[in-house]
Design a protein around this ligand. Structure first.
Ligand code: NAD
Length: 264
């Protein structure tokens, strides 16, 4: 099946470089003929995002820092002006102060707690509201989460709390927009080596543990995540909303390490 996203317009938020999860998703949508717009955070990332956008035939690249609500508004004004309407949105944005992605969760500061929640969680609600106002029936929204929302992952700390709230937001937004035939889902990705991923202390060890112990004996790639995102953003999943879909090579179903490791 090819070209089944032809005529669909989607906004991708969260590409930092060609290792970003958002980029894996953008590629899979573009491969199926979707027309894409991209946002970037700050001029330094803009210089990376613009050529990537061009490589998938897009010259629609907009600066957006979700801490600045005026830039979020300007993003959707630009979409309204150029496209008039849209079909999908990908929110692949997360941030927490690196110095608190290690040690005890209990040591999280009030400032970093608030900032992490606004950028990594509440921005999805603010974006969803603005996107829904422009969305055609049958539209779809997608955000990215991690299993540290439901289980304790060392060093993930306040991000785990933000992801739990993000997953709850997915369910509430799905209920809000379901009557308009707009679907809202999340992918819970396994660990991927990205800029954001590298901010978590011991990221390499966590990555290796996942690939050694997941049923598929590897971690998910950005191409794997892109494939699942294509399903969740297309009509193939038209009966699915409010779902947290794991793309983690099966790691989340395990409780103990593999027998080989246990017997060592
Ligand atoms: P990445 O560093 O490539 O992308 C993170 C993006 O967030 C960047 O593009 C950055 O510019 C953007 N961002 C941060 N603060 C922002 C702000 N104030 N305004 C606008 N954009 C902002 O890393 P990634 O791993 O591709 O992260 C994408 C999403 O996937 C995040 O939500 C992350 O938590 C989630 N995720 C990552 C992993 C992993 O292991 N890498 C696993 C599961 C979920």
């Amino acid at each position: 099946m090819t070209g089944f996203m032809k005529g669909k317009r989607g906004l991708i938020m969260g590409v930092a470089n060609n290792h970003s999860i958002a980029w894996g998703i953008a590629k899979s949508l573009a491969d199926q003929g979707a027309e894409l717009a991209f946002t970037y955070q700050g001029e330094a990332l803009g210089r990376r995002v613009k050529p990537l956008a061009e490589s998938v035939g897009s010259d629609f690249v907009i600066p957006c820092d979700v801490e600045d609500i005026a830039s979020v508004d300007a993003t959707f004004e630009a979409i309204a002006e150029r496209w008039g309407s849209m079909d999908s949105i990908v929110h692949a944005i997360g941030f927490s102060d690196k110095s608190e992605l290690k040690g005890l969760y209990a040591d999280t500061s009030r400032d970093n707690f608030s900032r992490t929640m606004v950028i990594s969680c509440f921005s999805f609600t603010e974006i969803a509201k603005r996107a829904a106002a422009l969305m055609n029936d049958g539209g779809a929204m997608l955000t990215l989460t991690y299993g540290g929302s439901v289980r304790v992952i060392p060093n993930y700390n306040v991000m785990g709390i933000a992801k739990a709230a993000l997953e709850a937001s997915v369910r509430y937004l799905a209920a809000d927009y379901g009557p308009r035939d707009i679907r809202v889902n999340a992918i819970s990705a396994g660990p991927v080596r990205t800029l954001a991923g590298a901010g978590i202390s011991d990221a390499r060890a966590i990555y290796s543990w996942n690939s050694d112990n997941a049923p598929l004996r590897r971690t998910a790639t950005i191409e794997d995540i892109g494939g699942s995102a294509l399903y969740l953003l297309s009509d193939l999943s038209r009966g699915v909303t409010g779902e947290i879909h794991y793309v983690d090579a099966g790691y989340n179903i395990t409780s103990l390490p593999t027998l080989e490791r246990l017997r060592k």
